[in-house]
Design a protein around this ligand. Structure first.
Ligand SMILES: [Zn+2]
Length: 230
């Protein structure tokens, strides 16, 4: 067969009026915002996390003195988490360093440093992309505080982009722990992230975490339209 049957196309009935066009536009916008037959999407907060570290009790003692307590600079969006007033200096191979590495509280079982790709370049580190807490076999670094120097044997990562959510949000999006979602960011530098990993916890509010490189690349600060998709 050398010919194929063309699909039948609807015939235009004449030029579209302004009212017709406005109606079409409105339908598309509405359809995108609230898919038919589904409830309104939950409020989505997308944030860029600057480089930071989490510390164990033992490591905070080593850097700031025994029994030291972090002071809250400001609470973070996720309940109970906060940016501390305290910072440390991170020292990479060949003595390159970044000062003012913010500590986030509360204390954790294991210390961990989360850097963006450009931070890692300036320190001379090659970092794997890992979810928070999964640090086995990752590079280490030295941390310097006012009361001591500490060698982290491992725990320096580039955090995998992820979305925190509670069980109700997971049910809305029909996703489970560890699933990958897409984040579509509109605007002049708009793009779609294909690997936003789902982290479900009963205490979590719906919240996407990117690092500063990712946020800069997609122009997060000027994005007017953001969509989280399965
Ligand atoms: Zn996070």
């Amino acid at each position: 067969m050398s010919t194929r049957e063309l699909p039948s196309l609807p015939q235009a009935a004449g030029p579209l009026s302004r009212a017709d066009i406005e109606q079409i536009v409105r339908e598309i916008v509405v359809a995108r915002l609230v898919p038919p037959g589904r409830p309104r999407p939950p409020t989505l907060v997308v944030q860029a996390s600057s480089r930071h570290c989490h510390l164990s009790r033992e490591d905070l003692d080593a850097l700031f003195g025994p029994g030291y307590e972090l002071k809250v600079l400001r609470p973070l969006y996720q309940e109970g988490n906060f940016a501390a007033e305290e910072t440390v200096t991170i020292i990479g191979p060949r003595s390159r360093l970044i000062s003012n590495l913010r500590i986030l509280g509360p204390l954790r079982k294991q210390s961990q440093v989360e850097l963006a790709f450009t931070d890692a370049i300036s320190l001379g580190l090659e970092l794997p992309i890992r979810l928070s807490g999964n640090i086995a076999g990752t590079p280490g670094a030295f941390l310097m505080g006012p009361r001591g120097l500490l060698e982290l044997k491992e725990g320096v990562i580039r955090a995998a982009p992820h979305v925190h959510m509670g069980p109700a949000d997971a049910a809305y999006y029909r996703v489970k722990q560890g699933d990958m979602m897409k984040l579509r960011v509109g605007g002049d530098a708009g793009m779609t992230f294909d690997r936003i990993q789902v982290r479900i916890d009963p205490t979590s509010k719906l919240n996407v975490h990117l690092d500063t490189d990712e946020a800069n690349a997609c122009g997060l600060h000027m994005a007017k339209e953001i969509e989280l998709l399965k």
